[in-house]
Design a binder for this molecule. Structure first.
Ligand code: HEM
Length: 63
């Protein structure tokens, strides 16, 4: 079972490019070498939805 890290970890999430976040959310974990337990969301969420989610993740306080 993969360890899913927090999306608010300072020095980690802030170093991941927006394009990477969009890709992993849209296409799922294996496309970026991560776990297949991370589903692809492109059939559920629009491109705009995914951009909004990335902006939301960026708005969260880091710790
Ligand atoms: C819209 C909802 C979701 C978003 C925005 C999201 C976002 C992300 C992001 C950005 C990553 C990459 C993190 C990294 O590179 O370290 C990731 C990885 C992952 N996510 Fe999600 N996720 C969502 C839903 C889910 C769900 C429902 C599951 C499980 C049922 C899940 C399981 C995982 C796993 C297992 C990984 C890979 C961890 C690894 O291999 O290091 N995610 N997710």
């Amino acid at each position: 079972m993969p360890h899913v890290d927090t999306l608010t970890k300072k020095g980690y999430i802030d170093l991941l490019p927006d394009e990477y976040m969009v890709t992993v959310i849209a296409e799922g974990g294996p496309v970026v070498g991560k776990s297949g337990y991370m589903p692809a969301w492109s059939s559920v969420l629009s491109d705009q939805d995914i951009e909004d989610i990335v902006l939301f993740i960026r708005s969260l306080p880091l710790y």
